[in-house]
Design a protein around this ligand. Structure first.
Ligand SMILES: Cc1cc2nc3c(=O)[nH]c(=O)nc-3n(C[C@H](O)[C@H](O)[C@H](O)COP(=O)(O)OP(=O)(O)OC[C@H]3O[C@@H](n4cnc5c(N)ncnc54)[C@H](O)[C@@H]3O)c2cc1C
Length: 302
């Protein structure tokens, strides 16, 4: 083992970066590991290289993305030890961390570990979801942020949640040919969410942001069908047709790309591997590590 740090953080997204800079301020020897080549996590993926190498994409992604540059810059200035391109695949019971970098396995010791590995897109297993051409909407977001790439041909987005709308609005701004947004949210879902509305109004800027995204999609002339069900993808070698039911009628759209999205779920691979206790979040419907009021998991030091 090369070295032992008081504090190792896995994940250089906003959570990991904020924790690392605070630890450094408190004069704690800290190391950040992340599998991406640049700091920023999912929301600010590749923010620095996008700004310098792909200014058109940088401007298309807008202020909510560009603000990540300030965070990334402060982190770089903070002097925190940071190893990019490091995929952590194992943490031993003594908290030594094993990671893969440039094809080599390396190891570092930790007295305390912060798992800040964020969220991942929830898989959406509809019939035909393994056909080439069917992918996650957040995966399209990854391609846009990391390489400025957008899907060619006819695109359909289907599912629910803010990232669906964010991706639709960004792809529309990039002149992608979007045939429709198929919303799986039903009237019943909206009614079930009603009791949460008063609390949501305290964060009304998020509600307004959501409404603005929907408006941008509609203004781009993209048809939106709500409450769709029986969604499936068909094709022989790749996606050819998106089939769904809307208002009791079966419908079909010929398309080259179908982007699915039903929200994100906690990325629990490392906390599972560590043996942390997990609990089910009934409202959000995902497993996440059980934490005490200080953020400690059931495993000592994590
Ligand atoms: C694909 C995707 C795109 C998203 N885009 C947006 C967006 O544009 N706007 C928005 O508001 N929200 C977006 N989100 C939601 C997003 O999760 C949060 O907004 C925000 O990024 C969470 O910050 P975080 O620091 O908790 O985690 P993240 O930003 O997810 O950062 C976690 C970091 O951990 C690293 N990591 C994970 N596992 C390992 C491992 N085993 N070894 C090493 N490193 C590891 C990842 O590379 C990543 O950099 C997106 C989510 C996803 C999944």
């Amino acid at each position: 083992m090369n070295q032992t740090y008081d504090f190792v953080i896995i994940g250089a997204g906003p959570a990991g970066l904020a924790a690392a800079m605070e630890a450094k301020k408190q004069k704690l020897p800290v190391l950040v590991l992340d599998e991406q080549p640049e700091a920023g996590g999912q929301i600010y993926r590749s923010v620095s290289s996008t700004k310098h190498l792909r200014p058109e994409t940088y401007s298309l992604l807008g202020p909510d993305y560009q603000v990540g540059q300030t965070l990334e810059h402060s982190f770089q200035q903070s002097g925190v030890d940071y190893i990019p391109g490091a995929s952590v695949w194992q943490v031993e019971p003594d908290l030594s961390v094993l990671y893969l970098r440039n094809g080599d396995v390396e190891q570092v010791g930790a007295r305390r570990l912060l798992v800040a590995t964020g969220a991942m897109e929830r898989p959406v297993p509809i019939p035909g979801w393994t056909l080439p051409g069917v992918m996650g909407a957040a995966a399209a977001d990854v391609l846009l942020k990391s390489s400025g790439t957008v899907p060619s041909g006819r695109v359909v987005l289907a599912g629910s949640g803010p990232l669906l709308w964010l991706t639709a609005s960004r792809l529309a701004a990039a002149d992608v040919k979007i045939l429709a947004v198929l919303e799986t949210t039903t009237l019943l879902n909206y009614l079930q969410a009603l009791p949460h509305l008063p609390r949501a109004l305290f964060a009304s800027e998020y509600l307004l942001k959501g409404l603005r995204l929907k408006q941008q999609v509609r203004r781009a002339g993209i048809p939106v069908h709500s409450g769709i069900h029986e969604l499936n993808a068909t094709g022989t070698k790749r996606l050819e047709t998106v089939c769904y039911t809307h208002q009791g009628q079966s419908r079909k759209l010929a398309a080259e790309t179908l982007l699915l999205h039903e929200g994100v779920v906690s990325n629990t691979q490392l906390t599972r591997q560590l043996g942390c206790e997990h609990i089910w979040h009934e409202l959000q419907r995902y497993w996440h590590p059980l934490l005490d009021e200080w953020g400690n998991t059931s495993v000592e030091g994590v």
